[in-house]
Ligand binder design. Structure first.
Ligand code: PEP
Ligand code: MG
Length: 571
């Protein structure tokens, strides 16, 4: 019987394919389990060794076919699976003579890996960075001992649609876009990592679709990433739609830079990147610069603060891809959905409202100054036009202090992200202190609507089409205009949240007074194709319609009705 699931469409595209489920996380094995008397230490030791070997073989065979970045991760993890220190300490814990008595094979592996992880952490530096590999290997060996599928992205011979509860940033490294053709999740919201990842990879995706994590492996489904629907036993009509999309997707003209509206009004389209590799891809995709360098993405797997030299190299790799072009560097935005162990406290009761972004300077003084010096040193080695902005700025006083720190480091163009409603409401004062602002609509939406961006059930609230969010965008642009008039200096306002990647919303944002848009490079051609059909006056009319709408859904549908090009292009 045909089944329909619906959620929030976060990246367009219509595809057909078999579902593969992301295995659920491995649970900690119980301690103090009675071990039957007929189970020998030798037989348990053999099970542990065999499981470790099987895990190593599986990781090696995946490394052999993985793309370059994923390959390195998989090879490092495969080495760890056969680590004699890990196996030896696990085997010791199987013996009745072990302190606390004999453990089950699963428990012994769990505890031994915890000890190895602690030791590595204590050693710091490169060794501390291997902690995540040990914990990954531990989960894999325990899953193997239990006869369960290995955690992480499933491997498959052919292309498939990945179903999961939600994806974590760490899943990115092993997701092969040649195999995974769409993402569907029961959790997550439009601004969750799954959504950001899907847009970065250009994969159709639907999030917050309850029930999709229970679809049986191998079931053929049709996914519509614009409508937010998933259908089993697809009809002939849906099969035709998927075929038509495949043809259309390859005909959307490539973006070649110099983006402009129908009347010639220039709206530079920039890229959101995390690393030098991303930056090279963004430059190849025609991006006119970088509107958001998420510096924390260079260091997500770090337990310790990266050295200034490491930072210079990481930022320099991005600057090198954009000579004489603008690169907006965001200082570390650790916390909430992007924890960095060396900056954030994992025990905060309410991390989204906690010490995150610019606020980590309160608890870890020095890190921000060292980062600003590293950015300035990298700038000196390259031709890029470097702008720097702080995330999570809430007051004009914070903006002023950040500008002073930038000046001390020799950075000429300081700015702020507007993602806390207080900054939007006081934009004229905030922008008087700095040179520019960039609207982080992902966080601005979560804070305006008081809806955690990672929670599936709140996805409808967490929608940048919410008229309340659009009003905050307008307040920011208006405040910037006031500050520009008062200081006789231009105060440009860009958008670097995911809203900029939605071609219809992009037109609205320009109409609200935003001057640049920054997005995942995959979105550039679709956004450019739609913007070139509207004049500035038309964009302003669309913005007025969107602001006056009674709900996010109405706002979206009214604007879409006025942009027939979206249907023509299948967007
Ligand atoms: C945002 O909040 O919109 C943003 C661009 O930053 P991030 O998604 O990294 O929090
Ligand atoms: Mg943000």
């Amino acid at each position: 019987m045909q089944e329909n699931f619906s959620g929030v469409g976060v990246a367009p595209g219509r595809v057909l394919g078999p579902v593969r489920q992301m295995p659920k996380p491995v649970q900690e094995p119980h301690a103090n389990v009675n071990i039957p008397t007929d189970v020998t230490v030798e037989s348990q030791a053999a099970r542990v060794k065999d499981a470790a070997k099987a895990v190593q073989a599986e990781l090696r065979s995946r490394a052999a076919t993985a793309a370059r970045e994923g390959k390195e991760v998989l090879e490092a993890t495969a080495l760890m699976a056969a680590d004699p220190m890990l196996i030896k300490s696990a085997v010791k814990l199987l013996s009745p003579e072990a302190p606390g008595g004999a453990r089950t094979a699963e428990r012994a592996v769990w505890e031994a890996a915890a000890t190895v992880a602690e030791t590595l952490k204590g050693l710091g530096g490169y060794m501390a960075e291997r902690v995540a590999d040990v914990l990954d290997v531990r989960a894999r060996i325990v899953a193997e001992l239990r006869g369960l599928p290995a955690p992480g992205i499933p491997s498959s011979e052919g292309p498939f649609i990945l179903a999961a509860e939600d994806l974590a940033p760490a899943d990115t490294a092993t997701l092969d876009p040649a195999k995974v053709i769409a993402l569907i999740t029961s959790g997550g919201g439009p601004q969750s990592h799954t959504a950001i990842l899907a847009r970065a990879l250009g994969l159709p995706a639907v999030v917050a679709a309850p029930g999709v994590d229970d679809i049986a492996d191998g079931t053929e489904v049709y996914v519509d990433g614009a409508a937010g629907t998933i259908t089993t036993e697809p009809s002939e009509e849906l099969r035709v739609a998927a075929k038509a999309w495949a043809t259309q997707a390859s005909t959307l003209a490539a973006f070649t830079g110099d983006n402009a509206l129908a009347d010639g009004y220039r709206v530079p389209l920039l890229a959101n990147v995390g690393t030098g590799t991303d930056a090279v891809k963004a430059a190849d995709a025609g991006a006119e610069g970088v509107g958001l360098l998420r510096t924390e993405f260079c260091f997500l797997d770090r337990d310790t603060e990266p050295t200034v030299e490491e930072q210079i190299a990481a930022y320099g790799a991005v600057f090198a891809a954009f000579p004489n072009k603008k690169v907006v560097v965001r200082t570390l935005d650790a916390g909430a959905d992007k924890p960095l162990p060396f900056l954030t406290n994992a025990d905060e009761p309410n991390p989204a409202l906690g010490v995150r972004g610019y606020r980590t300077d309160l608890t870890s003084p020095g890190v921000l100054e060292r980062q600003l010096h590293a950015i300035a040193a990298a700038e000196a080695e390259h031709e890029a036009e470097v702008w720097v902005m702080a995330p999570m700025i809430s007051t004009a006083a914070e903006a002023s202090r950040f500008a002073a720190l930038c000046a001390e480091a020799g950075l000429k163009t300081p700015g702020v992200m507007v993602e806390v409603p207080s900054a939007a409401l006081t934009a004229a004062a905030v922008l008087s202190e700095v040179s520019f602002a960039s609207l982080g609509t992902n966080d601005l939406t979560q804070y305006a609507m008081a809806a955690d961006r990672q929670l599936g059930p709140l996805a409808t609230l967490n929608d940048p089409w919410q008229p309340a969010v659009l009003h905050l965008v307008k307040l920011t642009a208006d405040g910037a205009a006031t500050a520009a008039a008062a200081t006789a200096t231009a105060k440009p306002v860009g958008v670097c949240g995911e809203a900029a990647a939605d071609p219809a919303l992009a037109a609205v944002l320009i109409g609200l007074g935003v001057t640049t848009l920054s997005m995942s490079p995959r979105a550039l051609s679709a956004v450019a194709a739609v913007l070139k059909t509207v004049t500035l006056a038309r964009a302003q009319q669309l913005a007025a319609l969107a602001l006056a709408a009674p709900s996010a859904a109405t706002s979206r549908s009214i604007v879409r009705e006025h942009l027939p090009v979206l249907d023509d292009l299948g967007l």
